[in-house]
Design a protein around this ligand. Structure first.
Ligand code: PMP
Length: 419
């Protein structure tokens, strides 16, 4: 309530006035969430402090946990070779490029990273932004306008939704992976709009499944639309060489108009990128606000991301290990009767338990046994599909997986959520 902090203590500020932030709807929402959790005896599962590198294991509260909450898919965050690239970059360039790239922030490492990203998609060019979220917001916000239409999978990431909103384009979601429904929407609405953009993801981060790229390419060609694929979770994960959705589906990467991805998952860094034709990349470099009006990526972020990308190319055995770990996790979870939703067993496997308190309680029970995994609760997913989301890495062992799934199974036995 206004005048009281979300933790129950009296708030500072002028209680009762709208200028007091405790009167903000967001604060009331937070207070309600905390009251509900405290009534159910649940501890807050968010903002846990990891004290070192987070990979297949991680240290929290001074203890080592088996960790499934970090997207360090190929183990490159914390890899000494990647760390060294960051150290060398700081020595050479300092800790900031001290300007937008357009006005004196440009460094050779930016160009080297972008060239390598373009090569990964066999594209003409690529541009790297300082944040993955900002990449989608700025790219979509800039490219589209009120006379345009965005058709997107209902499960696309918040950053693409926010970017679409910013653009003023009309937005229509289609049911998850449902190319037929998309076709029907295009049939009905295409003629009313100047430009149409279809947005899908390479690997869906809440469900761990991938779309059939060929079907979406066929639709975009038939209806004269652009196709954008967000590869945040697909790079390093899908395909034998980790090249992502196009390799997984055997599609030519040139059939996609806008490849988007992040440096924060497989590439062990922070930031995002767009790869595509030279005109696309050029207009983003000169006009996308989140690129032009933002500082250039620090060299000690760009250099390790480039090193991780080079290592990914040189070490397909890590990708193969990630595939084996993921397939093992999925098979063992299903063998225990757990509901893994649509997961295809590629780095992301949900265990759907069906309500937020149960997911949070299960996460706590695992934590008490030395296993760290994040619950995904309403509103991130519908309440009846609240889940634990397991991020796998090539470094997880069968023993860690068996131990974890045994605890999940024991905890869920008797709750009616086993298949
Ligand atoms: N796209 C997708 C599909 C994501 O899952 C995320 C966040 N994990 C982003 C974009 C934003 O990327 P970042 O966290 O690197 O800003």
């Amino acid at each position: 309530p206004p005048g009281q902090a979300a933790d129950g203590r009296p708030a500072t500020g002028s209680a009762g006035s709208w200028t007091d932030f405790t009167a903000h709807p967001g604060y009331r929402h937070l207070a309600l969430m905390r009251q509900g959790a405290s009534r159910l005896g649940l501890t807050d599962p968010f903002f846990k402090v990891h004290e070192g590198t987070a990979g297949a294991t991680s240290t929290l509260e001074g203890r080592t946990f088996i960790n499934f909450a970090s997207y360090n898919y190929l183990g490159y965050s914390g890899d000494p070779r990647v760390n060294q690239a960051a150290r060398d970059a700081v020595e050479r360039y300092g800790t900031s490029v001290s300007a937008s790239r357009a006005v004196s922030g440009e460094r050779p490492i930016h160009q080297a990273l972008e060239q390598a990203l373009a090569e990964a998609y066999e594209a003409e060019d690529a541009v790297a932004f300082v944040s993955g979220h900002a990449t989608n917001v700025s790219t979509l916000g800039y490219l589209l306008g009120p006379r345009d239409l965005v058709l997107h999978d209902e499960y696309i990431h918040n950053s693409a939704l926010v970017g679409t909103q910013l653009s003023g384009a009309k937005r229509m979601p289609f049911p998850h992976n449902d190319a037929e429904r998309l076709d029907a929407l295009l049939e009905r609405h295409r003629h009313r709009f100047e430009r149409v953009l279809i947005i899908i993801e390479g690997l869906y981060s809440m469900d761990g499944d991938a779309p059939d790229l060929d079907r979406f390419v066929a639709l975009k060609q038939r209806h004269d639309a652009w196709l954008m694929v967000d590869e945040a979770h697909a790079l390093g994960v899908l395909g034998e060489r980790g090249r992502g959705l196009y390799e997984h589906c055997g599609t030519s990467p040139g059939d996609v108009d806008i490849w988007m991805g992040t440096l924060s998952k497989t590439l062990a860094g922070c930031g995002g990128y767009i790869a595509g034709t030279r005109p696309l990349v050029e207009i983003l470099r000169y006009f996308a606000p989140g690129f032009l009006y933002s500082v250039g990526m620090p060299a000690q972020v760009a250099a390790p991301a480039l090193r991780a990308l080079e290592l990914m190319r040189a070490e397909p055995e890590r990708v193969a290990r990630l595939h084996a770990v993921s397939a093992y996790f999925l098979a063992q979870a299903q063998r225990r009767g757990l509901d893994t939703g649509y997961s295809i067993g590629a780095a992301v496997v949900p265990v759907i338990v069906g309500n937020s308190p149960l997911a949070t309680r299960l996460c706590q029970a695992l934590y008490d046994r030395g296993i760290n995994v994040q619950p995904i609760v309403y509103p991130a997913v519908p309440e009846n599909s609240a889940r634990l989301r397991f991020f796998l890495s090539c470094d997880h062992t069968q023993e860690q997986i068996d131990r974890t799934l045994d605890v999940v199974h024991q905890q869920l036995d008797g709750t009616g959520t086993l298949r």
